[in-house]
Design a protein around this ligand. Structure first.
Ligand SMILES: Cc1ncc(COP(=O)(O)O)c(C=O)c1O
Length: 358
């Protein structure tokens, strides 16, 4: 199997190609909370079966109210979707932009959505040399070339670099001055919530924040994400969304995911501790350079010697470990790969495999 896919998390395809069960593969290529779904989620999922004979609540009232409570925002300004990916694909239709800019390296679906709606776009590439720092001056110069839509992820994926809420607010101001609509993708910001500008998005009509429940709440197979925007933008977004795109099990699982007040704290503590020890373990290996990360994954550079796709191939064939070869990200090349922060035992297995490789 080619292990240089568009996305991480292709565990079913990898298992098929090896003729083994998906459970035999250790998937470090998708970055999902290693603690698994929150308590109560399994019961909510099973319990929702009693309601699958009806169409889902089209207004998604309970889910929007739970999310509203979480962010102290009115439910009307929250638009859930079938994963944040559904919402990314609605952005070009919502805004009808003439020309878009993507801060790279970035999630490939921004480009996918723009391409589908034939919106011309460019990448502004951040550099590994300064750990993907955001140069606001450079962005201001770039926007003056006439971009009316900008995509940025905070924290960046696959870089793990977080931009502070002050930096994000300055960027929103720069976009406003340039007449550019800013889509800020906060899919992983739950791991560093202090950087979120979700409430600013509710106040401005030229800013939309995207959030995902896939990563922090460990429910990628359920598909729930949401947008936060001004009242008017939220209303327009809902008006172009297909009906019933968030199923009843998805709505009920998402509500249950938000119910346990202790789950976020336990997740943050666990991920921070494991990220630190995985980072230290990788940094101690002779051939590998991990980048500091505020999320639940690490971007790693192989400064010389082999390339990431050979490493991915060897790890899959010999160790049944999947990693994300990052050579197909704009701004990166064959020296880069990404691994998720998983449980302590699983991270040790990865480190042993990498040690053998190095
Ligand atoms: C930065 C970023 N945004 C959005 C998504 C989409 O997440 P979902 O559609 O599962 O909510 C991903 C998935 O990997 C991502 O990495």
């Amino acid at each position: 199997m080619s292990v240089n896919p568009e996305h991480g998390g292709r565990v079913f395809a990898a298992a098929r190609s090896l003729g083994i069960a998906p459970a035999e593969i250790l998937d470090f290529s998708a970055s999902i909370n290693p603690l698994g779904p929150a308590p109560g989620v399994r019961e909510a999922f099973c319990g929702s079966f009693d309601r699958v004979g009806h169409y889902p609540d089209r207004e998604m009232t309970e889910l929007r109210e739970s999310l509203g409570l979480r962010h102290s925002l009115p439910a009307e300004q929250i638009v859930p979707g079938n994963g944040s990916t559904e919402l990314i694909y609605l952005i070009p239709r919502l805004l009808a932009p003439r020309r878009a800019l993507i801060i790279a390296p970035a999630f490939s679906e921004y480009a996918g959505a723009l391409r589908r709606d034939r919106v011309p776009f460019d990448h502004l590439v951040l550099s590994p040399q300064d750990c993907f720092a955001l140069s606001l001056d450079r962005i201001a110069v770039e926007l003056s070339k006439g971009y009316d839509l900008l995509f940025l992820a905070n924290p960046g994926n696959p870089t793990g670099r977080a931009y502070t809420d002050t930096e994000a607010t300055k960027l929103a101001d720069i976009c406003r001055a340039a007449g550019t609509f800013l889509v800020l993708d906060e899919a992983f910001v739950d791991f560093c919530e202090e950087n979120s500008v979700v409430r600013l998005a509710a106040e401005r009509d030229d800013l939309l924040v995207l959030r995902s429940m896939t990563k922090f709440f460990a429910i990628p197979g359920i598909r729930v994400g949401y947008a936060v925007a001004s009242e008017e933008t939220s209303r327009r977004l809902r008006s172009i969304q297909e009906p019933w795109s968030v199923s009843t099990p998805a709505q009920e699982v998402a509500v249950a995911s938000l119910a346990d007040p202790d789950y976020p704290r336990r997740t943050l503590e666990y991920v921070a501790r494991e990220r630190e020890s995985l980072f230290a373990g990788i940094a101690a290996l002779p051939l590998l350079r991990p980048f500091p990360s505020s999320a639940n994954y690490l971007l790693i550079e192989i400064p010389s010697g082999t390339d990431a796709s050979s490493l991915a191939e060897v790890l899959l064939q010999e160790e049944r470990i999947l990693i994300r070869d990052c050579s197909n990200f704009a701004g990166l090349d064959s020296r880069f790969f990404r691994v998720a922060v998983r449980t302590s035992d699983e991270n040790s297995r990865l480190l042993s495999a990498l040690r053998r490789f190095c």
